[in-house]
Design a protein around this ligand. Structure first.
Ligand SMILES: Nc1ncnc2c1ncn2[C@@H]1O[C@H](COP(=O)(O)OP(=O)(O)OP(=O)(O)O)[C@@H](O)[C@H]1O
Length: 438
């Protein structure tokens, strides 16, 4: 992070990237002196509410983050920045976005946690738009023009006020990661499944195991039990994927499956009135299969450069994931974030699939709707196949490679209803396994 003083003294001239957080209430005009070079600007965590009208002098700007500020209007001048590719205004108070404000070059737009009740029709002109984050707003509907965004792959609509999802949404050709829990259109009663309540006082909280957007995970021991457990204490705030309580309900509704971390119960922290999930501990030898997307890859995971997988590992991972995805959809749960970065694997390819933060529960009674929901996730599975093929240890494009490549292509058919469902994918994988003697 650079400082305001460095900027004012001209020490940052020529820089391509600038990050300033200094409780600023006004936009420092010296930033415009960087117009010839500046490509990345992060002014998150200040108290800004306006941009200067000549902000678009920053004609090389590609990435602009301005989260945790005090904007009430999405700045119109952003529509004049020709190269803007990524814009982030998470956690402001934006209630208004004019038609002109949306730049046509946008690929990734983050508006999580604002007060937006309507999107402008001009969003439909963003033909490159791939990732659109709208959770935690006041949207009651989506503009029909959004259906022209044919590149849209990841859409977060959770924690809004949407009554009905438009029909065209589920047939967008590239849509693969969708979340809309916490809306009137996703209101669905909890089933009979209830996780046992485990008293917080019976848990002895030990070291912190990790932290996600929605909660903090601790190791804990339990009165009279030999095995330690993991406890996820939810933070309570809306995340970019939705409400923590929806994550908790979906994790419980998901039930038991070899590929899921077993949920032991629910807990309440009466002192801080926080809810939590008690889970089995993930054994230490499991490693993350992938890492979350970068600014460059946008919707695609990134992988460690030394990661390689054998055909046996690949087939085991894909079989586990298609099986658990089938299990979830049979229960009317769309995971919404089917990504390698949410999977853990061991040496043999034994897989655990986690993070129900973006999960949406839906009613399986509506057959056509259910079929489309499942096939959106099938598209995400297709990207997983593609990722694993890029990690395939064999240098040759052998019959195993070609068979999986054909499966990937069928998962990505533009006509959503022509894609296989997860049950069919499981059979295809079993056949590939037997034919290739994996
Ligand atoms: N059952 C568990 N046993 C051991 N460690 C765990 C367990 N669950 C989570 N962790 C640790 O906590 C980290 C955060 O987990 P969590 O499921 O909240 O978030 P995430 O899925 O990684 O993040 P996000 O929700 O932000 O995408 C994990 O990466 C892991 O290291």
């Amino acid at each position: 992070m650079q400082t305001l003083e460095q900027l004012k003294r001209g020490e940052l001239n020529g820089c391509t990237s600038l990050k300033l957080s200094a409780d600023m209430e006004t936009f420092p005009m010296e930033i415009l002196d960087l117009a010839d070079t500046l490509e990345y600007l992060d002014l998150s965590a200040n108290r800004l509410s306006e941009l200067p009208s000549d902000f678009s002098k920053l004609r090389k700007l590609k990435v602009f983050f301005c989260s945790n500020n005090e904007f009430t209007v999405y700045p119109e001048v952003l529509g004049d920045c020709p190269l803007l590719d990524i814009v982030g205004f998470k956690a402001n108070h934006i209630g208004q976005i004019s038609n002109h404000a949306i730049g046509q070059n946008l690929r990734w737009l983050i508006l999580t946690n604002n007060m937006i009740s309507a999107l402008p029709a001009s969003i439909g002109d963003c033909h490159r738009l791939e990732k659109l984050m709208l959770a935690g707003n006041k949207l009651t509907e989506l503009p029909n023009e959004l259906q022209h965004c044919k590149a849209l792959a990841l859409l977060r609509l959770s924690a809004n006020k949407i009554e009905i999802l438009p029909d065209w949404l589920l047939s967008l050709p590239k849509l693969s990661w969708l979340a809309f829990s916490g809306n009137p259109c996703s209101r669905i009663p909890n089933s009979e499944i209830e996780a046992p309540l485990i008293s917080y006082d019976s848990l002895e909280i030990q070291d912190k195991l990790g932290e996600g957007a929605s909660g903090t995970i601790y190791r804990a021991s339990r009165d009279g039990m030999l095995q330690d457990v993991a406890v996820k204490v939810f933070k309570g705030d809306v995340t970019s994927d939705g409400f923590p309580e929806d994550e908790m309900n979906s994790s419980i509704e998901a039930g038991d499956h070899d590929t899921l971390v077993k949920i032991i119960g629910k807990t309440d922290d009466p002192y801080e009135s926080k809810t939590g999930l008690v889970m089995e501990l993930i054994p230490k030898h499991y490693i993350n299969l992938g890492n979350p997307p970068s600014l460059k890859t946008c919707t695609r995971d990134v992988f460690n450069s030394d990661m390689q997988l054998s055909d046996l590992q690949i087939i085991n991972i894909l079989t586990s994931i298609s099986s658990v995805a089938n299990h979830l959809h049979q229960k009317g749960i769309m995971h919404g974030d089917l990504y390698a970065h949410n999977m853990l694997i061991d040496e043999s390819g034994k897989t655990l699939f986690g993070d129900f933060g973006a999960a949406t529960r839906y009613d399986r009674v509506h057959l056509a709707f259910s079929n489309e929901m499942e096939r959106i996730e099938v598209s995400a599975f297709g990207y997983l196949v593609d990722d694993l093929l890029s990690l395939y240890a064999s240098k040759d494009q052998d019959t195993f490679y070609h068979a999986l490549n054909a499966l990937k292509e069928s998962c990505h058919l533009a006509d959503v209803s022509s894609r296989p469902n997860f049950e069919q994918i499981e059979s295809i994988l079993a056949e590939i396994k037997s034919k290739n003697l994996v």
